[in-house]
Design a protein around this ligand. Structure first.
Ligand code: NAD
Ligand code: TYD
Length: 330
């Protein structure tokens, strides 16, 4: 089986590549990745030199690069501008990559007559879950530029199933955490700062709730949906680990042995979704359950960043320009 993984050099992508190599040893994996600030060959580690892995550096918005679908039976489309704050700072790149780029990949997959196209969407497409827990038939009420572009891409992918019979599967995973997550997201960013004894910029009161899914549990779920899911359907991937941000931050400080005095409440993110929450009945019917317990999984992830300081530093440096502009007035 030949797989094309877009965004395979990013956080979830590099974990998925490793997971596939370990669990589907016959897999031939082609990666299409633009290597933006968020992606790097270093994320692939030994997998970059594996004879089963081919890396193509290219932009999914480029119709020629999208032809990387040729000879592939499966496309797993992950490439995206994945950070909400960046999309608020300037939405253009998110619109281009997340919406237009998905269109290009769908077109190229159709031309290549692939057997399966897995589109990685997000729980954020539903918008804020205030007092509710969403199932797959709830309306998509995205509220920030990132989630709006992902909602558009999610529906475009579904349209290619309805209109052209492209066998599309859509996943909507919760907030992931784990090794190789780019240090702009809450957990690795706060580890980076805490290790330097710098203040941790908590948006507002820090009582916003996120459902934390370990990336290993997520990789298992993704492969299951790919192989056993119904084309045309969307699958929520919740972790049932809902925690207010302050609980995650306190745990992280405790694991690092750093004081809570580093916590600094700053101006909130505009349009901040106060809670994400999903029901997972559909994927559980396929036989999946999240396995990693929240506290142990989170402590392990925090430790991974602390043990991989060179990776953390060099990753952070690539985003320096954005961090300076975004946090300077907060
Ligand atoms: P990431 O930002 O860590 O990685 C994105 C990857 O895509 C990088 O390797 C980057 O170089 C590549 N890329 C960006 N623009 C590209 C372009 N125009 N052409 C080709 N490659 C490009 O993101 P992630 O956290 O690994 O997320 C992967 C997918 O999962 C995304 O679609 C995201 O929306 C979705 N998702 C992520 C989470 C999460 O918590 N991280 C949760 C739900 C859904
Ligand atoms: P983030 O990791 O950006 O993921 P998402 O917004 O996609 O859920 O943020 C997770 C939570 O942490 C979210 O409620 C925003 C909050 N947060 C902060 O309080 N400060 C920060 O500097 C960042 C990056 C996030």
């Amino acid at each position: 089986m030949r797989y094309l993984i877009t965004g395979g050099c990013g956080f979830i992508g590099c974990n998925l590549v490793r997971f596939l190599l370990a669990n589907r040893p016959q897999a031939q994996i082609r990666i299409l990745d633009k290597l933006t600030y968020a992606g790097s060959l270093a994320n692939l580690g030994e997998a970059a030199g594996d004879a089963r892995v081919e890396v193509i550096e290219g932009d999914i918005c480029d119709p020629d690069a999208a032809q990387a679908t040729r000879d592939c039976e499966v496309v797993m489309h992950l490439a995206a501008e994945s950070h909400v704050d960046r999309s608020i700072f300037g939405a253009e790149q998110a619109v281009r990559t997340n919406f237009e780029g998905t269109f290009r990949m769908l077109e190229a997959a159709r031309e290549a007559q692939v057997q399966r196209f897995l589109h990685m969407s997000t729980d954020e497409v539903y918008g804020a879950a205030e007092g509710v827990s969403f199932d797959e038939n709830d309306p998509l009420m995205a509220r920030n530029p990132y989630s709006a572009t992902k909602a558009g891409a999610d529906r475009l992918a579904r349209a290619y199933w309805v209109t052209y019979d492209l066998p599309v599967l859509i996943t909507r995973p919760a907030n992931n955490y784990g090794p190789y997550q780019y240090p702009e997201k809450l957990v690795p960013l706060f580890v980076y700062k805490a290790l330097r004894d710098e203040p941790l910029p908590v948006y507002g009161d820090g009582m916003q709730v996120r459902d934390w899914l370990h990336v290993e549990d997520h990789c298992r779920a993704t492969l299951l949906v790919l192989e056993k899911g119904e084309p045309g359907e969307a699958y929520n991937i919740p972790a049932h680990n809902e925690r207010p941000n302050m609980a995650t931050i306190r745990l992280l400080l405790d694991e690092l042995g750093k004081p809570e005095s580093l916590i600094s409440h700053v101006e909130d993110r505009p349009g901040h979704d106060v809670r994400y929450s999903m029901k997972g009945d559909r994927i559980m019917k396929l036989g999946w359950r999240p396995e990693l317990e929240w506290e142990a999984g989170m402590r392990r992830a925090v430790r991974w960043f602390a043990d991989n300081l060179d990776w953390l530093d060099s990753s952070y440096q690539r985003g320096q320009e954005f961090f300076e502009k975004w946090y300077q007035n907060r």
